[in-house]
Design a protein. Sequence first.
Length: 364
Amino acid sequence: MDIFVSGGSSLELLRRSRIDNQVTVAPTGLRRVRRSACPYERLGDVAVDRLSGLLAINAAHPLRLHAPDPGHRVRHRLVASDMCSVEFPATAFLGLSSPLLKPGTHGFAIDVPQLSLLQLARDRQRRIRRGILEDFAALVDLTEFTNEMCGSYGRDPRDPLRGACTYGLRPLQRLEDFSGFLAGCSRMRGVALARQAAHLAVESAASPMESLLALLLSLPPELGGIGLEKPLVNQPLDLGPSGRGVQHRRLRPDLYFPGLELALEYDSGEWHDLAEQRREDVRRMQDYAALGIVACPIVFDDLRTPAAAETLLARVISSSSRHMGKRLARERLDLLGDPELRARRRILLRRLLPRGRRPPECAS
């Protein structure tokens, strides 16, 4: 591998590899960018030509390539170079294979998700310095990216904000993979922001809506959440002896808070047999009650507006007060009306809610 794709170009290829069986990636063991064997005066032409079947490369969206040192920046009207001269603590690059790559002698590599997060953090910091992005919005973007990489959904490679999501995918990483990689990047730009995002992220979300719910409930109050413990996401419950008489052999709530004995179920509204849906909902609620678990069903309208989300959060706090304690529950309820925290929740909703009238289909 001697042509290293970076930034948004690398991220687009990474997302595409999750949903397109014609694009595959594999670990390379490489921890740093190599100098290309291709003469640098030709490297831009070679890379643009060979990747044109996979990426829409133009002046508005140039191909981004890593440069190992200032003397090896690619000078090409359709290429932007990103300096990357450091050695990373673990494998930092994935080899790219595809029949859509035009034939050639030079191999391509893209960033692993952990390096993509670090690159995104650097990009968001530049935007913050220019005054075109708020600090909290940057943190939300990075946390959601980590959720996506550790979840079973994938955003559209070319239009991740407005494009359709794909569901039922294999997670690319575990949270421990992010924290382990970033632990060895102490002196690198963007690492503090990337670490904070990885710390706040959750694993196993099956949709952006589950990711949004998890953040609204588990982020600390100063970040717009209500400070619940991190939920278990799409994990089967251990029914044990108390599962006798439960109608389901397995219960897997979308979000479960063990310390609060609280389960949240997001209904995407995609069932076609509404009568069967109602019967299934009743059976699940009965089973949760038999297990001593408070179940809270949620629909898209509960999150459609900041006011609706605030009502939902108040309902969750009230449902959790038995374990949370009345005093702490009252403090959390009072904080819901704080203007600064309301502003942060609006940012969360604005950046994570799906565009359009309907939510994306939930895979769970």
